[in-house]
Design a protein around this ligand. Structure first.
Ligand code: B1M
Length: 213
């Protein structure tokens, strides 16, 4: 990994809100693509934070600061990940499920999908099944994308699918799920149409759903 990408990883780990913006701009000036900065700078930093958090060597306030640092860099990369003049290929409603406040991965999926030409309606985090159902009625999307980072909140994905069935809307949308604890097996079990392990494969899957792959 180059020095600048290493420094970006470290700035995420340190939650260094002063340095991260400038480092990201410098990395772009050095010729690194937004994807490279994301995959080889920001993501390894956040992976390390996850390991330290699990081991009890980092705590919630520090992790929150790291998350803010990552978001600051992503705000700079956003316009570069979203190309100009892309033709709209479909509409996606996105949300992190009820009880879950982790939104970085969901935001990344939204950004990449927008870059691929999807119109995104982001419902935010802690989204309950009824809110998803009402959004389907209001926005008539092609796809609902749900994200969960906690094993305890994954169940809410199943509740949302049930709520869509009860509202008679299940056949109108494809349901795509993702997030660190989510698996293809879980997707099959709850009757989702698809699972993606990362933002790029989420976009590929979404394109398949609308016949744009
Ligand atoms: Co939380 N947290 N956290 N946390 N946190 C995890 C998830 C955890 C694994 C940490 C650990 O123990 N190592 C653990 C969950 C354990 C479990 O359930 N198995 C955990 C815990 C326990 C908690 C709390 C309960 C801690 C506490 O309070 N005691 C608490 C819960 C709060 C709540 O949600 N109700 C909590 C709180 C927080 C913060 C608020 C401090 C902060 C979130 C800030 C924010 O999101 N705005 C936070 C963070 C940052 C993390 C870690 C460190 C990083 C998550 C992240 O942003 N990763 C995380 C450890 C880890 O995952 N390494 C952890 C980067 C992001 C780009 O990746 O979200 O996986 P990810 O998204 C990927 C893919 O999963 C996929 O694409 C993305 C890009 O490739 N993807 C999709 C995601 N959504 C998708 C949707 C799709 C398709 C693909 O289709 C729609």
């Amino acid at each position: 990994m180059s020095d600048i990408l290493q420094s970006i990883s470290q700035a995420v780990i340190d939650g260094d809100l002063n340095e991260i913006g400038e480092l990201t701009e410098d990395a772009l000036d050095d010729g690194n693509s937004a994807e490279t900065i994301l995959n080889e700078g920001l993501m390894p930093g956040m992976d390390y934070v996850g390991v330290e958090f699990r081991a009890g060597r980092m705590f919630v306030p520090e992790v929150l600061r790291s998350a803010r640092a990552m978001q600051t860099a992503m705000d700079i990369l956003r316009p570069l990940l979203i190309a100009d003049n892309v033709q709209m290929v479909g509409k996606i409603i996105l949300g992190t499920v009820k009880g879950d406040l982790h939104d970085i991965g969901k935001n990344l999926v939204g950004m990449m999908a927008e870059g691929a030409g999807f119109e995104i309606k982001d419902l935010g985090k802690n989204v309950d099944p009824d809110t998803f159902v009402n959004a389907v009625k209001e926005y008539e999307p092609d796809i609902i994308g749900m994200s969960a980072l906690l094993t305890t909140t994954m169940r809410s994905m199943e509740h949302t699918i049930k709520a869509l069935e009860e509202a008679g809307l299940r056949d109108r949308v494809k349901v795509m799920i993702g997030g660190a604890p989510v698996t293809q097996d879980f997707a099959n079990k709850i009757g989702a149409d698809g699972y993606a392990s990362n933002a790029s494969s989420a976009v590929e899957l979404a394109k398949q759903f609308v016949g744009a792959a």
